[in-house]
Ligand binder design. Structure first.
Ligand code: APR
Length: 244
């Protein structure tokens, strides 16, 4: 691993426009469970129990899952060394944009300024009738499902299975991938589309792809220049230290 850490530090030092694609793996060390693999949400639930159809069918049932499996862990979570490492890369004027699949807002909480929330955010709710938005921390969830002043049911401002990625997120992510000369891919299993296509766009535009994950992914053989097999916190800390 030492060689790869030094290689990543050298590549980042030479890079001018770094982008990062992040997934649930970078927030595991903040106490937020991943979706797949050991302890993953989809080990305990059928993903369709969290799909938009399920919410329309039985909002109260799905909201109980939201509160237990999403809101409570998110309310407790704080940025970890993995998030902080990306802030340090931004402070060194290397990292320009983060494209995250995470709905936890931890990159912004850590201090990164340009974060594309590809799958939306749990920090906001919106009414399914009038589309009025509410900050989640101000929403009273003593009554489930929570309702808008118009009477409509509130839903998290996230992209559910069965919904499309907002056009602006797609457009901005494609641009960031095409413009970067190095993309860090941190903590994603790279199996969910269209997010998993983003490193390929960067590669096709000449960028170096550096993957950080304790496990290999579908990107490792064909897209990534190299994979650093380790946890985001430790690896990011060691890379930044090697850059100094
Ligand atoms: N540091 C970095 N990566 C880690 C760590 C760690 N400490 N621990 C585990 N990982 C890796 C796992 O090996 C796995 O490849 O994080 C990845 C987590 O994968 P998923 O749970 O599939 O998360 P993600 O890729 O973000 O899922 C994509 O799927 O369910 C949907 O909308 C949901 O945004 C989510 C999307």
């Amino acid at each position: 691993m030492d060689d790869l850490i030094r290689r990543a530090a050298k590549d980042l030092a030479a890079a001018r426009n770094v982008a990062a694609l992040t997934g649930a793996g970078i927030s595991i060390e903040s106490g937020i469970p991943p979706f797949r693999g050991k302890g993953g949400l989809w080990e305990r639930y059928d993903p369709m129990e969290f799909a938009i159809d399920a919410l329309m069918r039985d909002p109260a049932k799905v909201w109980k899952l939201f509160v237990k499996e999403l809101k409570e862990p998110l309310d407790r979570a704080k940025p970890n060394e993995g998030h902080k490492g990306l802030v340090k890369l931004e402070a060194r004027d290397k990292l320009k944009t983060i494209i995250t699949q995470n709905i936890d807002g931890l990159h912004q909480a850590a201090g990164n300024t340009d974060v594309i929330e590809y799958h939306g955010t749990f920090a906001w709710q919106r009414c399914m009738d009038c589309h009025k938005k509410y900050e989640t921390r101000k929403v009273d969830i003593s009554e489930i499902p929570p309702r808008c002043e118009c009477g409509g049911i509130l839903r998290p401002n996230i992209v559910f299975f069965g919904e499309t990625i907002p056009a602006q997120a797609i457009r901005r992510s494609r641009q960031a991938a095409a413009d970067c000369d190095l993309m860090l891919v941190v903590g994603t299993s790279a199996v969910v589309q269209p997010a998993a296509m983003i490193p390929g766009i960067a590669k096709d535009n000449g960028a170096k792809i550096v993957e950080i994950n304790p496990e290999r992914t579908p990107l490792t053989d064909d897209i990534s220049d190299y994979l650093i097999m380790g946890g985001a916190g430790e690896v990011m800390n060691r890379i930044v230290a090697a850059m100094d």
